[in-house]
Design a protein around this ligand. Structure first.
Ligand SMILES: [Zn+2]
Length: 117
C-alpha cells in the first residue's frame, strides 16, 4: 500500500484505491464543505445586500410615502451597488431609475419615489 497525503488534514495514510485522496469520510466532507463555502461566498454577500436593500425600501414604502434624496437613501443603508436596471439621467447627472428586488425608485421633480414593481 502506498502512503499518500490527505488533501484535507494533510496527514499521511495508506491509500486503498488509486483515486483515494482523503484519509476518512469526515476529511472528504469537511474539504467539500469548505470548497462549497468558498465557491458561494461572493454570491452570498450579494444576496444579503439585495435582501437588506429590499427590507429597507419596503419599510420606507409603507412608513413614509414621500420623496427621498439620494443621500437620504444612502444614509438609511440603501446600497446602490446591489441595484439592477439602473438608468442614469445625463442632464440632471443623477440616477433616474433603479430596481431593488420588488421595488423600483424613480427620479421625479421632488426626488426619488418608491414604486412596487
Ligand atoms: Zn484526513
Amino acid at each position: 500500500m502506498k502512503k499518500v497525503k490527505c488533501k484535507s488534514c494533510l496527514g499521511y495514510f495508506d491509500q486503498k484505491r488509486k483515486d483515494q485522496i482523503f484519509c476518512k469520510i469526515s476529511c472528504r466532507n469537511s474539504y467539500n464543505n469548505l470548497m462549497y463555502q468558498l465557491k458561494i461566498r461572493p454570491y452570498k454577500k450579494i444576496i444579503e445586500g439585495i435582501k437588506r436593500n429590499d427590507e429597507i425600501i419596503s419599510d420606507l414604502k409603507y412608513k413614509y410615502y414621500r420623496c427621498f434624496k439620494y443621500i437620504d437613501l444612502y444614509k438609511l443603508g440603501v446600497d446602490f451597488k446591489y441595484a439592477h436596471g439602473v438608468t442614469y439621467n445625463l442632464v440632471k447627472r443623477k440616477v433616474s431609475t433603479a430596481k431593488f428586488g420588488k421595488y423600483q425608485i424613480i427620479l421625479e421633480d421632488c426626488g426619488y419615489k418608491i414604486y412596487k414593481i
